[in-house]
Design a protein around this ligand. Structure first.
Ligand code: WT7
Length: 647
């Protein structure tokens, strides 16, 4: 029996949405979806109001998704200009630097306006205009938000690349979207260490067109290698441009950004989000999921390199005129109390983080939490992977002192915003469950093999039956891949790639990916991507990568490697391969375990049987299932023996 935690009565009383409202509004939202979203579209400011609301089809091969398609707007004006009259002097962004001894910054909406306008004019000076792609490779500094909003202001399409990605990953993304410009900084301080971002960018640009320009933000003041004619300092150009830049009038379906994410096959794909529907969905979910109230300090600890940072640090909060905290550092620097010190210092009301961070901090005990005054906290959130009930309870009891509702928000890069989540004033919670669908969302559970719709309490794959405004529109440059990845497995449904259970109360429990995608510390990694990197190493003949349970990361990266016949396994080679993956993709892809595999278990048609590899990685040798279809069943015994001897 799982316990149900009721909504605290003081929260319910003052919430935007209470239980009764949720029921009524949810029903209306799925019964007359069009009317519902027609009204909700008014949350944001339009230049030309829309008359058409929804024009979507999930029927492959003819999949198209259009929302508010005849409306026009500007996303940056929605995040800035429309607040100037009412809250120009209110803080928009609080920036907390990596080192607690450095000074925090408070940027008002009026200052944000000037910063973004100047930045936008610099972009124009560099020849960037409507529809051009700009890659942003920056640490968590206010300029990252300015850069995104400046692109939005002039109609350029940004693609933020997480600063932890390698030069190779950066180059691939610049080339895939054919960016004209990359924005980076001299260095990126994080956890007391500095990454030389400009050096990384220089290495990346060796593999890109010579015409790609580089705009550099001064963060650390360190020396950088400079390419005259290609590189520009932001501060130098900013001083030469106008402090005002009128926002471009954009169509609702003009792309706002591209964000690369890993899938089960091939290279990361460019998820495309457009302007109108995304902004409506970002603003609405931010306001209702976090029950955001004017003047509250809201902190999402994600990095802007991920979709969470796009929707819930920049676009959602700023569209709502919120005070959004941006943190440059890490949870454990200078010590395990940093998150709580920041909450206390800035009187944070909403705190939104990932299960991996909660588990890591839980491991440091209660003391670092108890040492801080967390009475300003009102709402807690989690995102990125299923949260285990122990971590949920610790978050609830130790961090939230049992006063703060926890919103476990399930969503994806592709969904733009929350799809399944509690609402603080409306939804009783159950530790480990993302609970119930957001307005307008129609989840369904299907039998994985037959595709049959399963009713009531059940378990299967999670699909969504109809579109919502925040949904991705296409894969950049490859609409076919979009259709194949999301709409061909189960006809007429958006396939999430996740498995789930629905309980007797209609609550959803996400059980994790059912495809070959790993979730490592809340970051998505395609096994295919790591495998192709491993086999690109001269010593490697074949590789297979699976996930295995990891206490802190959720999943760890387990690599089975078959060496070229003239290579000998050694500790040195193991380290070399691990470093190779790290340098090729980025630190988040570094293997946790490499096991030498004399052979890999394959079917007679040559397909690697990952099911068996997963079981061996989990030390679950008794349940390997049927191995008789293997081309060479003996390889399994070798793998088990090597696993047991940790070879
Ligand atoms: C995958 C999406 C959306 C922002 C962060 C990750 C997993 C995400 C939850 C949650 C269980 C979750 C799913 C999903 N996931 N949130 N609350 N409970 N699982 O975005 O990199 O696109 O990854 O993360 O497996 O498919 P992403």
């Amino acid at each position: 029996m799982t316990e149900t935690i009721p909504v605290p009565s003081d929260i319910a009383k003052n919430a935007h949405i209470d239980a009764e409202t949720y029921q009524r509004m949810y029903k209306a939202s799925v019964e007359d979806t069009e009317a519902f979203w027609r009204k909700e579209g008014e949350r944001i400011d339009w230049i030309t109001p829309y008359t058409r609301v929804k024009n979507t089809s999930f029927q492959s091969p003819n999949v198209y998704i259009r929302w508010y398609e005849d409306g026009t707007l500007n996303a940056s004006a929605n995040c800035i200009d429309r607040h100037l009259a009412t809250r120009g002097d209110q803080t928009a962004i609080i920036w907390e630097p990596d080192a607690p001894t450095d000074e925090a910054k408070h940027i008002t909406y009026r200052e944000l306006h000037e910063k973004v306008c100047r930045f936008a004019n610099v972009l124009k000076e560099l020849g960037i205009g409507r529809g051009d792609r700009v890659v942003i490779y920056l640490p968590m500094i206010p300029e990252a938000a300015y850069a995104m909003l400046a692109c939005a202001r002039i109609g350029a399409v940004h693609s933020v690349v997480f600063a932890g990605f390698s030069p190779d990953s950066l180059a691939n993304r610049i080339n895939d979207c054919d960016a004209k410009l990359v924005i980076t900084s001299d260095g990126a301080p994080r956890g007391g260490r500095t990454t030389n971002l400009k050096d990384n960018t220089n290495s990346a640009l060796l593999h890109c067109k010579e015409s790609v320009k580089c705009l550099v933000v001064r963060r650390t003041g360190q020396q950088v290698a400079w390419n005259a004619g290609q590189d520009y300092w932001l501060d130098a150009l900013e001083a030469t441009v106008d402090a005002d830049c009128p926002p471009e009038e954009m169509g609702a379906e003009d792309p706002l950004f591209i964000l690369y994410t890993s899938g089960s096959t091939g290279r990361p794909k460019g998820v495309v989000h457009t302007t109108g529907g995304y902004m409506v969905y970002a603003a609405m979910t931010h306001k209702l999921t976090f029950d955001y109230k004017d003047g509250e300090i809201y902190w999402c600890t994600a990095d802007v390199g991920w979709v969470t940072g796009h929707t819930y640090i920049v676009y959602g909060p700023l569209a709502n005129g919120a005070i959004s905290l941006m943190f440059e550092g890490v949870p454990t620097y200078p010590d395990a109390g940093r998150f709580w010190a920041v909450c206390e210092k800035h009187k944070v009301a909403t705190f939104y983080t990932a299960p991996t961070a909660i588990r890591a901090l839980m491991g440091k005990g209660d003391e670092p939490v108890k040492a801080h005054d967390l009475s300003s906290l009102r709402i807690l959130g989690t995102v990125g992977e299923p949260i285990n009930p122990e971590a949920w309870r610790w978050y609830d009891e130790v961090v939230g002192a049992k006063r703060c509702p926890i919103v476990d928000t399930w969503w994806q890069t592709e969904t733009g915003g929350h799809l399944i989540t509690p609402l603080p004033g409306a939804t009783p919670t159950k530790p480990g469950s993302a609970t119930t669908p957001f307005f307008g969302i129609k989840p369904a559970v299907l039998d994985a093999n037959t595709g049959e719709v399963l009713e009531g309490a059940t378990e299967g794959v999670l699909v969504i039956a109809d579109s919502w405004p925040g949904q991705m529109r296409t894969v950049w440059g490859d609409h076919q891949r979009f259709v194949e990845t999301y709409f061909q497995h189960y006809k007429g449904y958006y396939f999430t790639g996740d498995g789930c259970r629905r309980d007797e109360d209609g609550y959803y429990w996400i059980t994790g990916r059912v495809d070959d995608v790993l979730n490592v510390s809340g970051h998505r990694m395609g096994t295919a991507e790591i495998e192709s990197t491993l086999v690109a190493h001269p010593a490697v003949s074949e590789a297979a990568v699976v996930g295995y349970p990891h206490d802190i990361k959720g999943q760890g990266i387990y690599c089975y490697v078959t060496l070229m016949s003239d290579k000998e396994p050694s500790e040195a080679l193991r380290k070399e391969l691990s470093d190779w993956v790290r340098s090729e993709i980025g630190p988040i892809a570094k293997p946790d375990l490499i096991q030498w595999a004399p052979g890999l278990p394959k079917t007679r048609s040559g397909k690697i049987m990952r099911r068996i590899l997963r079981k061996i990685a989990e030390d679950d040798f008794g349940a390997l299932g049927d191995t008789s279809t293997l081309a060479d069943p003996a390889v399994v015994d070798d793998l088990i023996e090597n696993r047991q001897n940790r070879k």
